[in-house]
Design a protein around this ligand. Structure first.
Ligand SMILES: [Zn+2]
Length: 359
């Protein structure tokens, strides 16, 4: 018969694994990993109309950041929350209200309101960053170039490294103690005093991890105040303390564009994403225009600026234009998602976008 201590240990493993997932709301993407930053695509198995869960690395030093896609359009001194840019296969938000960024910008939890316009973001950190950028926004060009600024990302990455390194070490030691040290101790039939010493040592280590996490969080996100909720949850759940590096990195790039982050990681993935973004901006999914006349102008001007910014980024990174390779039976293809069709039809992945003849 299995010893009850093993039941408890298996339960801990299951709880830990359940924490190795990240909720990704629609309109955001995730970058991170255990050894280097990369685009975390995940699959759509655990998804609903609001977003999806993506699996993360189970290693305790892994990091992951949620980065919003373009959540607002800004042009000609107006802000509009119509979102014409989206990851393929996702839902599109269409809010056509158009307001001036000069109106009062307020933050309420994860939501930002500009006058009568409300914009949802993935977290309070994202909301603070968006509100700050809206208050400072002068024109679309500067707004876009700041979001694509790879220098700002480098600074954020350095800050994360500096403040997360001690937590990464502590989390890793806890992880090894619980998942390797504990079974070793149990199988070795060591005396009771050694058990008590090990348990006491673990408790001490755990308290240090929580304290260091709380300090690091406060230094990385001073605008959010002390992380009382996370500190408490972590104190009672050691499995959560082992995921502390993820909790510290999740909201790091709250204003930067995914491409600006990816430019620091992997050249192949960066060029792949840049092609995807460029196609999405040039041939947006339908409905590609809001119905409101004023919002329509804002969206189309903003889109022109975005395409120009991507093209400049491509030149700077020496990324060439994509070459299209269609299958032998294909006669039409979707210029946005590159799905192929054997007859003239609209692309159902892209909200019914018109397809283009091959060749
Ligand atoms: Zn398509």
């Amino acid at each position: 018969m299995i010893h009850p201590v093993w039941d408890l240990w298996i339960l801990l493993v299951v709880i830990y694994l359940s924490e190795c997932f990240l909720w990704l709301p629609h309109g955001t993407c995730a970058l991170g990993g255990a050894f280097r930053w990369k685009w975390l695509r995940g699959n759509g198995l655990l998804s609903n109309e609001n977003g999806k869960l993506i699996p993360l690395s189970p290693l305790p030093w892994a990091t992951a950041a949620r980065i919003p896609w373009w959540e607002v359009c800004l042009a000609k001194g107006r802000v509009c929350s119509f979102v014409p840019f989206a990851v393929p296969g996702e839902r599109y938000t269409q809010l056509t209200e158009c307001v001036s960024p000069a109106e009062r910008v307020r933050v309420d939890g994860s939501s930002v309101s500009v006058g009568s316009l409300a914009i949802d973001t993935p977290s309070p950190a994202h909301a603070c960053a968006l509100a700050e950028s809206l208050t400072k926004a002068k024109d679309a060009k500067r707004w876009i170039s700041r979001r694509l600024d790879t220098g700002e990302v480098a600074v954020a990455m350095d800050r994360l490294k500096k403040h997360t390194r001690p937590v990464q070490w502590l989390s890793s030691i806890e992880w090894l103690a619980l998942f390797a040290g504990f079974p070793g101790l149990f199988l070795g039939s060591w005396p009771l005093w050694l058990w008590l010493a090990a348990a006491g040592g673990f408790m001490g280590l755990h308290l240090i991890t929580v304290t260091v996490f709380v300090r690091a969080h406060r230094q990385l996100y001073p605008q959010l105040g002390w992380p009382v909720k996370w500190g408490f949850l972590m104190a009672v759940a050691p499995t959560l303390a082992m995921r502390a590096p993820v909790l510290l990195s999740t909201n790091l790039f709250s204003f930067s564009h995914p491409f600006a982050v990816l430019a620091h990681c992997d050249a192949t993935q960066a060029s792949e994403m840049l092609h995807l973004l460029l196609r999405d901006a040039r041939f947006p999914a339908e409905p590609s225009q809001p119905s409101d006349e004023q919002a329509k102008k804002v969206v189309s001007d903003f889109r022109k600026e975005v395409v120009r910014a991507y093209e400049t980024a491509m030149k700077q990174m020496k990324v060439g234009e994509e070459t299209l390779e269609c299958g032998s039976g294909a006669t039409y293809y979707c210029p946005r998602c590159l799905s192929e069709f054997t007859r003239q039809t609209d692309c159902h992945h892209c909200g019914g976008r018109t397809t283009t003849p091959v060749g």
